[in-house]
Design a protein around this ligand. Sequence first.
Ligand code: ATP
Length: 417
Amino acid sequence: MIRAEHVSKHFRLYRKPSDRLKEILLRRSYHSVHQALEDISFQVDDGQTLGIIGQNGAGKSTLLKILTGVLLPDSGRVRVSGRITGLLELGTGFNLEMSGIENIRANAMLLGMGADQIASRREAIIDFAELGEFIHEPLKTYSSGMIMRLAFAIAIHADPSCFVVDEALSVGDAYFQQKCMRAIQDFRARGGSILFVSHDMSAVKALCDHALLLEGGRIIDQGLPKDVVDHYHAMFLHRSHQGDVPVVIQRPTEHAAPRSQNSAPLAGTGEVELVKLEMLNAQGQVVEHVTSEAPLTIVAHLLAHRDLDQPHYGIGIRNRFGHSVFETNTYCMGQTPAALTAGETVRVEWRVVANLIKGDYSMTVGVGNRPYGTGSFDEILFFSHDLAMLKVEVDPDAIRYDGYFNMHPDVSIQTVG
Ligand SMILES: Nc1ncnc2c1ncn2[C@@H]1O[C@H](COP(=O)(O)OP(=O)(O)OP(=O)(O)O)[C@@H](O)[C@H]1O
């Protein structure tokens, strides 16, 4: 269990190093104060994973340093039941002149392991790191990925009760990253608590039980990973908007229930309104459920409150974890929709085949203007998730498959020997 209670931390910023000395000698202030963390409180229970997200400089590393005891908070306190380890400050305490084996001993002692414990875990650490003969070579001959292997192997074998997973994990190759993720999942299944700090929002949604969003050193949102990640994405839409009207970012208040079709958009200027969103079956009837593999038509009626010279329309389907199963927009599809005049309503009809596995899905709708790049827009007029729910049921006679969706494989089998 990890608990942070009202943790705050500031840094003094000096414009030049000599200002520190001047401050002492002249007894005048030569610094400005930067509040890196302000009143941070949360708890991660045993067997739980908390995702910490936020833009560069939001305070994530500072928070991790305080949790792991590398930095002291100005006020507030942190309580950790047991040992907290991770890859923070990758290889802190490693000696580059010493071999991998020698570093295992030194680093494990730094993490608080006793001599007997180190001796009994040594082979397991060496096996996990898979460094071959390099384990006998000095660390200065290692690549950053090899150092990460060693650091992770030691940290996960140090019997932690809390494990910090941060971007340092991405230094490893794909094979080792997957191995680490499996070890972390096992650790969680045994009751360990995990702090997961990442810019990979899909991973946050897939791995975490809860998430918190930091901005300017404060927690501006916390809750289900899916909702907090939506909020984070909405912040980017906010920033990318170049128009005159401020973007409205609205957090859904009720996590479980889908928002009504006329609720304010999650992000957008509000200059386009979603009047109606319907799903129709092959017979043109409005439905909320569909059989896997059946045709489905999604119809959005969108009312423009201002002229749009290059409008584009987007659609998305997400599963119950908030993972995007499919999304596209008319720009990505190479379409050039007609310009819209204020007061006009446009009917956008998407005809798809619901080749999805059984489950609950939700609809995303977006409207942008003036596209550029690989699917970005100068203006986002409307963008909202969870607008309508779709239940996909499985036809027992259909081809059986698992995963997210049916890729309609073509298979051939030959006897070759
Ligand atoms: N030792 C320090 N002295 C002065 N300012 C600091 C120090 N460490 C961090 N800061 C400042 O505190 C703020 C938070 O930094 P922090 O590294 O915690 O952010 P972050 O969310 O981890 O960012 P990133 O995603 O880029 O790693 C930043 O504005 C940073 O410049």
